[in-house]
Design a protein around this ligand. Structure first.
Ligand SMILES: Cc1cc2nc3c(=O)[nH]c(=O)nc-3n(C[C@H](O)[C@H](O)[C@H](O)COP(=O)(O)OP(=O)(O)OC[C@H]3O[C@@H](n4cnc5c(N)ncnc54)[C@H](O)[C@@H]3O)c2cc1C
Ligand code: FES
Length: 296
């Protein structure tokens, strides 16, 4: 597709026929998808997403965050939950088949001079951008100690394990982590209201509060929040950030038709210097400064 006439795209979004390398089903209608999509893999950044043609019979694509990239191998990983018609069709796709991918799309997280204690909070299908961001921080920054909190109300789509990494402020017994984070030596804890072993029984924001309250004022001033998840969670994280006076970047999700800025189907209200404005989640976002997002 030629987007050269669109100033906001500048030929950085590709359409490629990706091969499905792996497609694995997990409990709770969750699926892991590994695609050979070399053009997308080469330029994707944490916060980028793809627009997938779930099935040849379904012209309208569906947006999905990129969870991991392997630029050398030309692969991208996606984690998705079966939600409605499009994702149900996607769930039927087989390894070896080809899938049309448009990507990478969107403004990534702003990572210039971010603070040295990033707090990454992901909920439900908002986990993937947090994994991408954690891996990026790990591979690009020394002296930065991220803490990742993941929440889910269905079983986590990985084999939860106890962490060996000590984290200040954690309630007794809150030891469960994502194995990838442990491999990367990144502090991580899991939350759920479902009483899963080793997870904090409560909201992601409760656990964040435990962590923040255990810090000195100076340590707290080094925290910056990054978050993605369901809207009620994002609202709560925005309030938490405001309460502790911390910068916070949110990744928003909206229904999308074109995903390249043309249809205005994905607009949200954002406070700007010139007052409220309608911004497109696909090309102006999906990442926004939390303090500017008007949640309805
Ligand atoms: C940036 C971004 C990243 C995302 N990342 C992930 C992820 O990593 N994992 C994940 O599981 N989910 C993710 N989602 C959510 C995912 O895109 C939806 O769950 C998926 O689109 C649902 O499609 P469906 O057909 O299964 O659901 P349905 O509810 O059946 O269909 C949703 C569809 O409704 C139609 N529609 C409804 N209202 C409108 C409108 N106003 N304009 C245009 N079309 C409309 C569109 O066809 C739309 O795609 C992300 C969404 C966004 C925006
Ligand atoms: S989906 Fe068309 S402008 Fe964003």
């Amino acid at each position: 597709m030629d987007h050269s006439h669109r100033p906001d795209i500048r030929n950085t979004i590709f359409v490629e026929d990706a091969k499905i390398i792996q497609h694995i089903a997990y409990e709770g209608d969750q699926f892991f998808l590994k695609l050979a999509a070399p053009k997308t893999a080469k330029t994707a950044l944490p916060g980028s997403f793809v627009h997938l043609q779930c099935d040849d019979m379904l012209p309208m694509r569906r947006p999905m965050s990129i969870m991991r990239v392997n630029a050398k191998k030309g692969e991208i990983d996606i984690l998705y939950k079966k939600h409605g018609y499009g994702t149900a069709l996607l769930a039927k796709r087989k390894e070896g088949e080809s899938l049309s991918v448009m990507g990478p799309i969107g403004q990534p997280f702003k990572l210039q001079n971010y603070r040295k204690r990033p707090l990454l909070i992901g909920g439900g299908v908002g986990l993937p951008p947090m994994v991408f961001l954690a891996e990026h921080i790990k591979s690009t920054k020394e002296n930065v100690s991220p803490f990742v909190i993941m929440g889910s109300e269905v079983p986590f789509p990985f084999l939860v394990k106890p962490s060996q990494i000590m984290i200040g402020g954690m309630p007794d017994g809150v030891i469960a982590t994502m194995p990838l984070m442990e491999d990367w030596n990144i502090a991580c804890r899991l939350t759920s209201l479902q009483g899963y072993a080793g997870c904090h029984e409560g909201y992601v924001t409760d656990l964040a509060r435990h962590w923040l309250d255990a810090m000195t004022e100076e340590q707290r001033s080094e925290v910056e929040i990054f978050t993605c998840g369901p809207t009620p969670m994002l609202k709560a994280v925005k309030s938490l950030a405001a309460e502790y006076e911390l910068p916070c970047q949110v990744s928003l999700e909206e229904y999308m038709a074109c995903a390249v800025g043309g249809c205005a189907g994905c607009v949200v209200e954002i406070e700007t210097e010139n007052g409220p404005a309608m911004k497109r989640v696909c090309v102006d976002g999906p990442i926004f400064d939390a303090s500017t997002v008007v949640f309805r």
